[in-house]
Design a protein around this ligand. Structure first.
Ligand code: GTP
Ligand code: MG
Length: 289
C-alpha cells in the first residue's frame, strides 16, 4: 500500500480547509470567507483499498506580525517538514503572488505539488498562461487545477499525491477520519460561526475554549464554551443588541455541532475578556495555540 502524510499548505484563504473537507467528504475543518481561519494542524485520513493519505490542514502562510501568527507559522512549517508530500495551494482567481516563491523556496521541491484551486472562478483561457507562469517562477511542473468547492479535479490530484507516497502499512484503521477529539471540532465549529457572523476584526480576537462536554443519561449532551475576546468593546459586539448576536452564533454552532456529532446537544456560550491574549505566551498556551 502507498501510505504517508500530505500537508496542505498555502497562503491564507486559498481553500486549504475546503480541500481537506472535499477529500474526506465530511466537514471536518472550519472554513470561512475570511483569511486566517485555521489556527491548528487538523488531521484527516483518506483511506482506500491501496492507499492511505494522512492529510494535514495547516494555518495559511504569511509574514507573522504578532506572537500568535508566529506560532501559527511554526505549526504550518512543522507539518510541511514532517510530510511526505506537500500541496501548495494557490487561489487561481488571484493568481501567483510575490510571496509564493519565498514560501516555496524553503521547501523540498521533489515533494511539492502545486494546486491551482478555485478554478471555477477562472476561464479556461486563463489556465494555460497561469500554469506557464507558475511553473516558470517555481521550477515545479507538477501542477493540478481543481475546485475544492465544486469538487472537480480531485481524483487526478489524489492520484498525483499517491504516486509520491512511500510504500508502507497503514497508520490508521480505515474507518478512522481524524485523531483530534470531538471537543476540538466542537470549539472549531463555534469559532467558524464567529467568523461567519461577527464583524470584520472581532473574529481574529476570539478564542473558544470548551469548559464542559458532558454526556447526560437520558438527556442531550451539555456543552459549555467560553468565547474569549481581548477588549470589552469586542465583548459587546459578540453579544450584540439584547444578546442577539451571540444567540445567532449559538444557534448556528449548535446545528453544526449536532450535524458533526450526529446527536442533539445543549450548547451554552459565555463571552469573557482576556486582554491581549494573542500576544502573551502563557495565554496562548492556555488556549491551546
Ligand atoms: N469559488 C471557490 N471558492 C472556494 C474554493 N475553495 C475554497 N473556497 C472559498 O474560499 C474561502 C476560504 O476557504 P478556506 O478553506 O477557509 O481557506 P483556507 O486556505 O483554509 O484559509 P485559512 O485557514 O484562513 O488559511 C471560503 O469562502 C471557501 O468557501 C473553490 O474551489 N472555489
Ligand atoms: Mg483553513
Amino acid at each position: 500500500m502507498k501510505v504517508g502524510y500530505c500537508a496542505i499548505a498555502g497562503r491564507p484563504n486559498a481553500g486549504k480547509s475546503t480541500l481537506l473537507n472535499a477529500f474526506l467528504g465530511v466537514k471536518l475543518a472550519a472554513v470561512s470567507r475570511r483569511p486566517q481561519t485555521t489556527r491548528a494542524k487538523v488531521l484527516g485520513v483518506d483511506s482506500g483499498p491501496e492507499h492511505q493519505i494522512v492529510f494535514l490542514d495547516t494555518p495559511g502562510l504569511l509574514e507573522p506580525r504578532y506572537l500568535m501568527q508566529r506560532n501559527l507559522l511554526k505549526i504550518a512549517q512543522s507539518s510541511i517538514r514532517e510530510a511526505d508530500v506537500q500541496l501548495y495551494l494557490i487561489d487561481a482567481g488571484k493568481g501567483f503572488k510575490e510571496e509564493d516563491p519565498g514560501f516555496l523556496a524553503k521547501q523540498n521541491r521533489k515533494k511539492t505539488i502545486i494546486v491551482l484551486n478555485k478554478m471555477d472562478l477562472v476561464t479556461k483561457e486563463r489556465l494555460l498562461p497561469l500554469i506557464a507562469e507558475v511553473s516558470g517562477k517555481t521550477g515545479i511542473d507538477e501542477i493540478y487545477p481543481v475546485s475544492a468547492l465544486r469538487k472537480f479535479g480531485l481524483d487526478m490530484l489524489r492520484q498525483g499525491i499517491i504516486a509520491k507516497l512511500p510504500e508502507g502499512k497503514p497508520f490508521y484503521d480505515p474507518e478512522t477520519l481524524t485523531d483530534q477529539p470531538e471537543k476540538f471540532f466542537v470549539a472549531e465549529i463555534v469559532r467558524e460561526k464567529l467568523f461567519e457572523l461577527c464583524g470584520a476584526e472581532v473574529p481574529y480576537a476570539t478564542a473558544v475554549v470548551i469548559d464542559t462536554f458532558r454526556e447526560q443519561e437520558g438527556r442531550k449532551d451539555l456543552i459549555q464554551a467560553t468565547v474569549w475576546v481581548e477588549r470589552p468593546s469586542q465583548k459587546m459586539i459578540v453579544i450584540g443588541q439584547g444578546g442577539r448576536k451571540i444567540k445567532a452564533v449559538g444557534t448556528a454552532a449548535r446545528r453544526g455541532i449536532e450535524e458533526f456529532l450526529g446527536r442533539p446537544v445543549y450548547l451554552e456560550l459565555f463571552v469573557k475578556v482576556k486582554g491581549k491574549w494573542r500576544e502573551r505566551e502563557g495565554d496562548l498556551r492556555e488556549l491551546g495555540l
